[in-house]
Design a protein around this ligand. Structure first.
Ligand code: FCB
Length: 495
């Protein structure tokens, strides 16, 4: 039964239904520790690179930090209730490494372990399958002080972290994601410097990318050794690309751009080593790779996590280092408030491309979402029609990829809650739930209500992985006209 407040817009022709997806399709929301937990100095948590970075004047647009964020560390029962009431059957979260290890050689912090143990139990009690990400960017600062991801020692520290977490939670957590978006760790963290630790050196960024991939390679066997039946994968930020024109120069630029954006990560994970054309382009900036590293990175996994936000339009730009490419704004396309192009068909083509080129046995959309400038209406509702349309359109795009033969087995919306959006602070709201950061009040947005109706959540009308109950039907294209390009539609790849 659909709760009256979940009634869908009139006139939306039937085009998408829960029953379009397999009964065992995984439905979830994604979150990450630094973006929601807060409690930065509690129960033995030590400083992370994000705490340090946020303290630098001018790097976070609103001058904020994740020190309080959504106070999820204390409010997690309510937040897991929200995830359950949406009708999702899985929940993706990350572990704050600085809650677990306080310094070199330190023993795991029992209070940190206990927090995640409680959280996992809370998920299981609510019928939410825990999907644990080990690294979503909050490196302990003491490791950064010793060189961070530029140092091989950090790879081994990560393997130990993976071992400890999987030994502790492996009886209950079966789904493991080693690294979230190595491209962002490497490039935003170490080349453009907009993310922690805020470095701007290309050679370092590439060495970091190698170490992050290697850390994945060492973590997978550690997790498998501790977790019978583990399903292990990595989540990559991937982008479909198109050339800015038909010119040979723009087409060649698109291949180069694809080299660092996508293939640099996918190729070694799928046993091909680093792409030769990219290595040629990098020259002396290429990372140091030791014997056995590539074999370790190519360790078999159970799934690929695909984080998708936007496609990119690429032009030749000989003066623009490092790849002599430039991302240009595609004209006349809808955009989110962030300026990111809204292109659900890009998700379909991306999934098809990955399937054709790398043939992962299983894929999950591990992040997909949008930010708009939400306002609470006089009646207390948040009419985020654009986000609702975005969500519906990307679900339809996922369905289309499955229909085309891609082994996509789940979809995680980014995000359950508005949260600390990295360099943008609290200025970008991505949640299905609105968070008032003064009062910590949560309020489900219309997009969340729509998903709840679609999945048959709340009221117990439909739970995990069954077709029982009504499914909301919706044609995502019906409201495309409401999505207007942002006035300042400069494309940006800052996430
Ligand atoms: C992704 C990140 C996630 C969030 C979204 C908007 O790149 O993984 O933490 O910031 O972008």
């Amino acid at each position: 039964m659909i709760h009256p407040e979940n009634a869908l817009p009139q006139g939306a022709p039937a085009g998408l239904a829960r029953t379009d997806f397999a009964p065992d399709f995984v439905w979830g929301c994604s979150t990450s520790s630094y973006q929601i937990e807060g409690a930065a100095a509690e129960d033995g948590r030590v400083e992370s690179i994000w705490d340090r970075f946020c303290a630098r004047p001018g790097v976070i647009r609103d001058g904020s930090s994740g020190a309080l964020a959504c106070d999820h560390y204390h409010r997690w029962p309510q937040d897991l209730d929200l995830a359950r009431d949406l009708g999702t059957n899985a929940y993706r979260f990350s572990v704050a490494w600085p809650r677990i290890f306080s310094g070199p050689g330190a023993k795991p912090n029992p209070k940190g372990l206990a927090f995640y143990s409680r959280l996992v139990d809370g998920m299981l009690e609510r019928g939410l399958q825990p999907w644990l990400t080990l690294y979503h960017w909050d490196l302990p600062q003491y490791l950064q002080d010793r060189g961070g991801w530029n140092e091989r020692a950090t790879v081994h520290a990560f393997a130990e972290f993976a071992d400890v977490m999987s030994a502790h939670l492996g009886d209950r957590v079966k789904h493991w994601i080693t690294q979230n978006e190595p491209w962002c760790t490497a490039i935003h963290g170490h080349l453009d410097g907009v993310h922690a630790p805020g470095m701007t050196d290309f050679k370092t960024a590439l060495q970091v990318s190698h170490h992050v991939l290697l850390s994945h390679g060492l973590a997978v066997p550690a997790i498998r050794a501790n977790v019978p039946g583990a399903q292990v994968g990595i989540a990559l930020s991937l982008h479909p690309l198109r050339p800015a024109s038909d010119s040979a120069a723009d087409r060649a630029a698109t291949v180069r751009h694809d080299g660092l954006r996508n293939r640099w990560f996918l190729d070694p994970l799928y046993g091909r080593g680093y792409p030769a054309d990219v290595l040629r382009q990098l020259g002396a900036d290429a990372p140091a790779v030791q014997a056995g590293d590539l074999e370790a990175i190519a360790v078999p996994t159970d799934f690929l996590g695909v984080n998708y936000y936007f496609p990119e339009t690429v032009a030749d730009a000989p003066a623009s280092l490092p790849m002599q490419t430039r991302v240009v704004a595609a004209p006349g396309v809808p955009r989110t408030a962030f300026g990111w192009e809204v292109a659900p068909d890009g998700l379909t083509s991306l999934l098809k491309r990955i399937d054709a080129d790398y043939a992962p046995s299983t894929m999950f959309v591990t992040e997909s979402g949008s930010t708009y400038d939400d306002v609470i209406g006089p009646d207390g509702t948040i009419a985020d029609t654009e986000r609702r349309d975005y969500l519906a359109a990307h679900l339809a795009a996922t369905r289309d990829a499955v229909a085309a033969g891609c082994p996509v087995k789940g979809y995680f919306a980014w995000s359950l809650l508005d949260n600390f959006e990295w360099a943008e602070g609290y200025l970008r709201r991505f949640g299905l739930t609105y968070v008032d950061f003064d009062t910590q009040e949560r309020r489900l947005k219309d997009s969340g209500k729509w998903l709840r109706a679609f999945l048959g959540g709340a009221d117990g009308s439909q739970r995990t992985g069954t077709h029982a109950g009504a499914s909301a039907a919706y044609a995502p294209d019906a409201h495309q006209d409401r999505i207007k390009p942002a006035a300042n539609s400069q494309q940006t790849s800052i996430t």
